[in-house]
Write a protein that binds this ligand. Structure first.
Ligand SMILES: Cc1cc2nc3c(=O)[nH]c(=O)nc-3n(C[C@H](O)[C@H](O)[C@H](O)COP(=O)(O)OP(=O)(O)OC[C@H]3O[C@@H](n4cnc5c(N)ncnc54)[C@H](O)[C@@H]3O)c2cc1C
Length: 499
């Protein structure tokens, strides 16, 4: 049997990483040093782009059946509503935010992984590893003290913010720690006069208090501490914060979880060293403002899994794996900058700055195009890879996305349990069928309807455009596929277009 990919960490990122590799038929092992998965609600928000990818992986239905659908988020100052941002304008079939505790997300992902015959090996800790040219020799310690050496083909560190894989690789976690902390409570809430399924943010001169619905009557409450040092809150302190900063008349009871947390904004420069990769919090951490951390981590996994599977099957050249770090690092830079900006806006302390902020938000969000732009940005559907080394051709003059942009196609959705394949979106012509016959290991056996019949698109297994061209310009598609299968093609888009 060929060597497995070893996934370290069974948080949400490790679980979806292992499940995607298993779905593509790869030998995989997933370990976690903890005896059981988290019971804490931690990450609550699953955004539309992650739901689209879970749908393509075949497990979105279970999430929808379990989570709470939020159709808008609102911002208030006392009893005054400054803004309400509806999610119905998000250009996705999942045009809402799914609220679901991380403990449930992990339960569902473990079930999804189980459908491929895999379980998490618990109480199994990675203690060391040595990378070689054709594998990674990993040392594992089991609960009974037994030491095992695993010869893995690849190592994927999904081992969280304090990643051992990252530190052993010597990759710096560059960034800052914010000077303020937050308190958090999962509690029963009565008397909150906003729709029960709607996250709501209340701004006050002292700071913010935010309500995120978990299930009927139960909310996650987060408040910043300003100059007060981090400490574990009790229900009385949370009630006092809500009384002072909230809309009034809100009663908290039955706390399930009370905690505090500081905010780090950090990322690694490279997500890969030799045969080891980082994904999720091991590679990037930031403020929970915008609820993007887990989403970004799960999307790391969707980006890497198909590339590893194609390279391991020798259907693609190893250079394909280099695109993982550059693509995902670009996304992390963007999201870190967005969440940092959002956090700093929430934490404004000067009364003048707060008045200006409230005025701009009230006026700005009256404009539908602003509301739509913010909702679509938060949703993750605008994430793209404009500088990907995979991109070829152009969609200039065509109605449809360009290289590096997302293209949700019915054919990419639910490809089932088989090796990853690109989708050719083109009219079903003799040329399209000839292209499929020329690249049978990389292309799905049937072409799919293109967004514009005057164009041809090559869609990656993770639903991003690898190449686009006007109808008839098959050279672009052929070169993109030849590049994936063989040597990296360093021609520029303009050179390709001239073919
Ligand atoms: C209060 C709070 C609220 C949040 N809200 C949101 C939100 O709304 N939306 C969002 O997207 N994100 C949110 N996040 C962030 C989110 O929780 C993280 O981004 C997410 O948990 C990261 O998942 P992960 O799989 O990368 O890492 P983790 O969940 O940290 O999992 C890492 C796993 O690796 C295991 N491990 C570590 N070292 C080893 C080793 N050597 N050997 C074996 N196993 C090991 C650990 O036991 C752990 O199970 C929030 C975080 C917090 C704290």
């Amino acid at each position: 049997m060929s060597k497995p990919v070893l996934v370290v960490g069974a948080g949400p990122v490790g679980l979806i990483m292992a499940a995607e590799l298993a779905r593509y038929g790869m030998p995989v092992r997933i370990i976690d040093r903890l005896a059981a998965r988290t019971t804490q609600s931690r990450a609550l928000a699953i955004w539309p782009r992650t739901l689209e990818l879970l749908d393509a992986a075949g497990c979105a239905d279970a999430f929808m059946a379990t989570g709470l659908r939020a159709d808008a988020v609102s911002i208030h100052a006392g009893n005054r509503t400054l803004a309400r941002i509806p999610f119905g304008t998000i250009a996705s079939s999942f045009n809402y935010l799914l609220m679901i505790p991380q403990s449930e997300t992990e339960r569902l992902l473990a079930g999804h992984l189980g459908a491929f015959g895999h379980t998490v090996e618990r109480e199994t800790e990675l203690t060391d590893f040595v990378g070689g040219d054709d594998g990674v020799s990993c040392t594992l310690r089991h609960a009974d003290g037994r030491i095992e050496t695993v010869e893995a083909a690849w190592l994927v560190g999904c081992d969280g913010a304090h990643s051992l894989v990252r530190s052993r690789l010597g990759l710096a976690f560059e960034g800052d720690t914010l000077p303020t902390g937050f308190v958090i409570a999962d509690v029963h809430v009565a008397g909150l006069a906003i729709p029960p399924d709607e996250p709501a943010i209340f701004w006050h001169p002292d700071g913010a208090v935010m309500f995120f619905p978990i299930s009927r009557g139960h909310y996650r409450i987060i408040a910043d501490l300003g100059s007060i040092a981090l400490h574990m809150p009790d229900l009385g302190e949370m009630q006092a914060i809500v009384d002072r900063r909230g809309p009034g008349g809100v009663i908290l009871s039955d706390p399930v979880w009370l905690s505090d947390f500081g905010v780090n904004e950090r990322k690694v420069r490279d997500y890969r060293k030799g045969r080891a990769f980082l994904a999720g919090d091991a590679a990037h951490i930031h403020s929970p403002a915008g609820g993007q951390g887990m989403n970004m981590g799960m999307q790391d996994a969707f980006n890497l899994a198909w590339k590893l599977a194609l390279v391991e099957r020798q259907d693609a050249s190893p250079w394909l794996l280099d695109s993982y770090s550059s693509e995902r690092s670009g996304v992390a830079r963007q999201i870190l900058s967005d969440s940092s900006r959002m956090t700093r806006i929430v934490l404004l302390r000067s009364p003048l700055a707060q008045r200006v902020r409230n005025f701009i938000v009230k006026q700005g969000f009256r404009i539908p195009v602003v509301r739509r732009a913010v909702a679509n940005r938060l949703s993750g559907i605008l994430i793209d890879y404009p500088d990907s080394p995979l991109n070829m051709g152009s969609a200039r003059g065509l109605r449809g996305p360009g290289p590096g942009q997302r293209l949700v196609s019915r054919c990419s959705s639910k490809q089932g349990n088989r090796p990853p394949r690109f989708v050719l979106a083109a009219r079903n012509s003799a040329e399209a069928r000839a292209m499929i016959a020329r690249h049978p290991a990389l292309l799905m056996p049937e072409p799919c309807l293109p967004p514009d019949e005057n164009g041809i698109w090559l869609i990656r297994p993770d639903g991003y455009v690898a190449a686009a061209a006007k109808s008839g310009n098959w050279t672009v598609i052929d070169m993109a596929l030849t590049g994936v299968a063989g040597d990296r093609n360093i021609r520029t888009c303009d050179e390709i277009e001239r073919h």
